[in-house]
Design a protein around this ligand. Structure first.
Ligand SMILES: NC(=O)C1=CN([C@@H]2O[C@H](COP(=O)(O)OP(=O)(O)OC[C@H]3O[C@@H](n4cnc5c(N)ncnc54)[C@H](OP(=O)(O)O)[C@@H]3O)[C@@H](O)[C@H]2O)C=CC1
Ligand SMILES: O=C(O)[C@@H]1CCC=N1
Length: 269
């Protein structure tokens, strides 16, 4: 039998990982979930994943258990889970995606956790196999690290960092899909303001972003060199770039990542 993967919480991110694993070919019958919100649970059950109403039973049958609830409710929820799992005989490997909640806090809070709790920080594009996922390595056995890496690399790229950097990852790749969507929306609105239809503006924006990312990856050139290649002297691009400079785009983005990182740190306090 293949690994049985369980999800405590199948909301935006738990559901995204679950969907990603199914898309990567994981057997739905080996994907288990515990989720109180009816409409969310229904949409996940419709994919063939197996819903449990008894958390302890699910945890007992799972090889790997993803913790995907909000950090703010983790403490309260942990006592419910402990009560439900108190007679469990087996202990799954636990992978937490919660922002801010340290590995030690998880170990302290869950009576069914063994030493190998792995903290990871994924991001939403893993739903389409394009996630950027960081795995915190400290205190985790090589074997558990490999289990997490193998599972998550089916839905994106993985990097390994020290746990002290997980908040920074949360501020950057964990949160940045939202920044990117805001950026895209801004460009699209700019196009609409200048007379393009929204569908055409969206098509051009997305192709430009995809193409620019591909070029950056493949050209061996850095961002400055590529930007200079677009910016003709006294041309259109440099006129636009000056607006970005005046608005402090890069500084704003740096503050953005910093604010989200600090918020992640605060959630763990
Ligand atoms: N969203 C993202 O892009 C990312 C999120 N994360 C992390 O993922 C975690 C989940 O975030 P997100 O998916 O956005 O949040 P959601 O609120 O979408 O999902 C959490 C789910 O957990 C459910 N839940 C509540 N109580 C329990 C319980 N006792 N047992 C099991 N499930 C329960 C919630 O149900 P109900 O609504 O009924 O309360 C909800 O459906 C957070 O810790 C966040 O830090 C990490 C990286 C990216
Ligand atoms: O906004 C949040 O708190 C979560 C963590 C990373 C992305 N979403």
């Amino acid at each position: 039998m293949s690994q049985r993967i369980a999800f405590a919480g199948a909301g935006n991110m738990g559901g995204a990982i679950l969907r990603g694993l199914l898309q990567a070919g994981h057997n739905p019958q080996d994907v288990l979930f515990f989720e109180p919100f009816e409409s969310t649970a229904k949409s996940v059950a419709d994919l063939g994943a197996v819903r449990y109403s008894d958390f302890g039973k699910m945890a007992n049958e799972a090889d790997v258990l993803f913790l995907c609830v909000k950090p703010q409710i983790f403490k309260a929820v942990a006592s419910e889970w402990n009560a439900s799992a108190q007679s469990n005989t087996s202990k799954p490997e636990i992978i937490s995606i919660m922002a801010g909640v340290s590995r030690q806090k998880i170990l302290d809070a869950l009576n069914f956790a063994h030493g190998d709790v792995v903290r990871v920080m994924p991001n939403l594009p893993l739903t389409v196999g394009k996630g950027a996922i960081a795995i915190a390595s400290d205190g985790v056995s090589q074997e558990s690290l490999e289990v997490a890496k193998e599972l998550l690399s089916t839905v994106g790229i993985t990097v390994t960092v020290g746990e002290n950097l997980i908040d920074a990852v949360t501020g950057l790749s964990g949160s940045a899909p939202a920044y990117v969507f805001e950026f895209i929306e801004g460009l699209v609105r700019g196009g609409v303001k200048m007379g393009l239809s929204r569908p055409v503006a969206m098509q051009l924006t997305l192709a430009t972003i995809e193409g620019s990312v591909e070029l950056l990856k493949k050209s061996g050139k850095d961002t400055g060199e590529l930007s200079a290649m677009v910016s003709s002297p006294a041309g259109t691009t440099i006129a636009g770039v000056q607006v970005l400079e005046d608005a402090g785009l890069r500084g704003t983005l740096m503050h953005t990542v910093e604010a989200a990182t600090l918020r992640s740190q605060a959630l763990g306090k």
